[in-house]
Design a protein around this ligand. Structure first.
Ligand SMILES: [Mg+2]
Length: 339
């Protein structure tokens, strides 16, 4: 199915806009150009905006301060973290006051305490559960305690399973890598709270009271797949990880509802994409199959070329069982950070 059309602004039917952070609002310490202004316009148009992050190492208040530093006014109640979602999962399963071994940042322990559970750091406290989240301060002894608790049968929640975490020096081991170490040592598998698993977005909906949320992200495998798993519409922006070529290669669970170049695109209509067996079109752009080459031709807004090409590439892959072998003429849409 091609991207959905919207005769009015993409956000029109959505009461709450849930935004991923890195690659959408900021890139590390730097703002995504135009994002702060677009968020201001979304709010002025009456949309509640909330920020959703898999990063469990920062408290919601710290995330809000980081948003302020890139020009986006935000309160801690506008932020939902995977640490909060993990704490909610634990509280739903465990009796009040139960001991939970926390392997992660102090803010993760704070979230566990905030839901009425007792954070501990050693296996001798007989924790009923282990929760692990990213922290750059973990040491081997911490892993030993978590490993012992898991071997003793404690229930296990990971805040998220991102293999890497972006830093100024490049990609470094993320909570997924930390979790893999514990899996290897314990033979156990955790429940994950973060995207693409539903608990984080479910918690974001609960906290914002959203009736018709739109989730906006820059990654197909976590953001867009996560929105699909949570049953909500999504928009992909091209200011972060995913580029047009990745969009064309997206599997059925990684295809967004809408495509926007950047956040400002949420306030614009989404043109109709038509797709038949061998051809797709979007406004002045056309994509067609020439033997096994997908060719894209047109002029005007290059996003429309990407929209047409994606529709045809997805139809081809669903029919053939593999991606279209070659793509020619896919318009360049400048991304701020390549995959
Ligand atoms: Mg992101």
């Amino acid at each position: 199915m091609p991207l959905k059309a919207s005769s009015g602004p993409i956000v029109g039917d959505h009461d709450v806009v849930l935004l991923d952070l890195d690659g959408v609002v900021y890139l590390g310490a730097d703002p995504v150009p135009g994002a702060a202004e677009a968020i201001g316009r979304l709010r002025a148009a009456g949309h509640r905006v909330a920020f959703v992050t898999n990063n469990a190492s920062l408290a919601a208040a710290e995330v809000a301060r980081r948003l302020e530093s890139v020009g986006v006014p935000a309160a801690s109640t506008d932020v939902v973290t995977s640490a909060q979602a993990a704490a909610v999962l634990l509280a739903a399963r465990l009796p009040a006051g139960a001991a939970v071994l926390v392997l992660g940042a102090p803010s993760l322990a704070d979230e566990v305490a905030a839901v009425g559970l007792s954070p501990v750091s050693d296996a001798d406290s007989a924790p009923q559960a282990v929760v692990n989240g990213y922290s750059d301060q973990l040491c081997y002894a911490d892993f030993c305690e978590a490993g012992l608790a898991l071997r003793a049968g404690a229930w296990w929640v990971a805040t998220n399973l991102d293999a890497t975490i972006p830093t100024a020096r490049g990609l470094q081991p993320g909570n997924g890598a930390i979790t893999a170490l514990l899996e290897k040592a314990s033979g156990r598998r955790p429940v994950s709270a973060g995207k693409p698993h539903p608990p984080l977005l479910t918690e974001a909906v609960r906290r914002t009271g959203a009736c018709s949320p739109l989730f906006v992200g820059d990654r197909l495998d976590t953001d867009i797949a996560g929105a699909a798993a949570a049953g909500m519409d999504s928009a992909l922006v091209l200011t972060g990880v995913a580029d047009p070529r990745a969009l064309l290669a997206a599997g059925p669970t990684e295809r967004p509802t809408y495509l926007a170049g950047e956040l400002g695109g949420l306030l614009e209509p989404h043109p109709l994409t038509r797709c038949s067996r061998a051809e797709a079109s979007c406004r002045t752009w056309r994509a067609f199959l020439d033997a096994d080459v997908l060719r894209v031709r047109g002029q005007g807004d290059p996003l429309d070329g990407v929209r047409a090409a994606a529709a045809l590439a997805w139809a081809y892959a669903d029919r053939a069982g593999h991606a279209v072998p070659a793509v020619d003429g896919l318009p360049g849409v400048t991304t701020l950070r390549g995959a």
